[in-house]
Design a protein around this ligand. Structure first.
Ligand code: GLT
Ligand code: MN
Ligand code: MN
Length: 389
């Protein structure tokens, strides 16, 4: 494929999970449509399409029942292919959802033995990630929820989640791993309800931990769009709190089951605002695609899917630069920022200022009279996105 300005480069920090390009197209109504893609082959595929990084759950790489020798061989072969291709491992995670043992939760299970096993499995997954110098450890609690609230009090579940997180932070410190943990919310699926449904819920939960400085969030487009939320707003709150440790880029039609579509393919305008935000603020983390190819595709189609995620990101990044430089847009923004009205500044509270503010007479009708030109601004945005400007 000839290279152009939308060809991915290492600086773009595009990463994919082994489970994304390795997704075999299973869904609740149908079995796999693609053959197994061994991890080593997945790395070659990713290197071939120009990705920078690969992420994995413990069991994407090492099967859950592997012995020590098998683990060693897998790790050796994986390291070889990383060296050969230059692909890096920015993030690691743990699978606490697939095995039957997690059917009623992992860290929040009622069974203390399941909780202990979940913590042990996570510690081992952290060991594995650290062997490949992963700096971020994602935790997605897909099974930490309920079908019926008869099973436990939800505040008890939160206490258990906190206990596990505190333990894992201490383990990271103890081992000198230097992980940043990134917690990933989702409202439902696979559980009917998941305890930490939104990024905002996690942002508060983090403040209650023993080591809040080690823990941030991993917002996912699909998980915000499923309940009809605005991904860019969630990301902005995380960013403003210094907690945007990772991001899962994909797409999703609101109100449906988790689709994990190619980035930007369902809601390109929402994807535009997201990319523009990340680029405007100078987000330095990985741009991780947590998506998978349509079930109709073979592995050539999987490559098209992976290239498409990165290309759309870069096209939108280019469009964001165009938007920022557009003379008419800049003039509209400047016009909007102007106020023809005098008012005492608010700022931090001071008694004298507060008296002035209380005494001030506002002309409400005049304040409400100015047209804000958002229609024009949005159409200019559309013209840029549709490629006619
Ligand atoms: C799973 C889930 C994703 C999470 C992954 C990390 S696994 O594919 O749907 O959203 O990010 O555990
Ligand atoms: Mn998802
Ligand atoms: Mn995800």
């Amino acid at each position: 494929m000839p290279s152009d300005k939308y060809t991915p480069r290492a600086e773009d920090k595009f990463s994919f999970g082994l489970w994304t390009v390795g997704n075999r197209g299973r869904d609740p109504f149908g079995d796999a449509v693609r053959p197994t893609l061994p991890p080593v082959e997945a790395v070659r595929l990713l290197a071939g399409v120009g990705a920078w990084g690969v992420n994995f759950h413990d069991n994407d790489l090492v099967p859950i029942d592997a012995g020590a020798q098998e683990r060693e061989r897998i790790v050796r072969e994986f390291r070889q292919v990383l060296d050969e291709t230059g692909v890096v491992v920015p993030m690691a995670t743990v699978n606490l959802f697939y095995d039957a043992v997690f059917r009623d939760g992992a860290f929040t299970s009622n069974d203390p033995a399941v909780r202990a096993y979940s913590v042990q499995k996570t510690m081992r997954a952290m060991d594995l990630g650290a062997e490949f110098s992963a700096g971020v450890f994602v935790l997605w609690g897909g099974r930490e929820g309920v079908e019926t609230d008869a099973c436990r009090r939800p505040d008890e579940a939160i206490k258990r989640l906190r206990e596990a997180l505190n333990y894992l932070c201490e383990y990271s410190i103890d081992q000198g791993y230097g992980y940043n943990f990134a917690l990933e919310a989702k409202p439902n699926e696979p559980r009917a309800d998941i305890y930490m449904p939104t990024t905002g819920a996690y942002l508060h939960f983090i403040t209650t931990l023993d080591h809040p400085e080690l823990v941030g969030v991993n917002p996912e487009v699909a998980h915000e769009h499923m309940p009809g939320l605005n991904m860019t707003h969630s990301v902005a709150q995380a960013w403003e709190a210094g907690k945007l440790f990772h991001i899962d880029l994909n797409d999703q039609i609101p109100g449906r089951y988790d689709q994990d579509l190619r980035f930007g393919s369902a809601n390109p305008k929402a994807a535009f605002w997201l990319v523009k935000f990340l680029e405007d603020v100078g987000y330095q983390g990985a741009r991780h695609f947590d998506a998978h190819a349509y079930r109709t595709e073979d592995y050539e189609g999987v490559k098209d899917f992976a290239r498409g995620c990165m290309r759309t990101y870069l096209v939108l990044k280019d469009k964001a630069a165009q938007w920022n430089a557009d003379v008419e847009i800049r003039a509209l923004l400047a016009e909007m920022a102007e106020t023809g009205h005098q008012a005492p500044p608010v700022g931090s509270y001071r008694k004298e200022d507060a008296s002035r503010l209380l005494a001030h007479e506002f002309d409400r009708a005049a304040l409400a009279a100015k047209g804000l030109r958002y229609e024009r601004l949005d159409q200019l945005t559309m013209d840029i996105l549709l490629g006619v400007r």
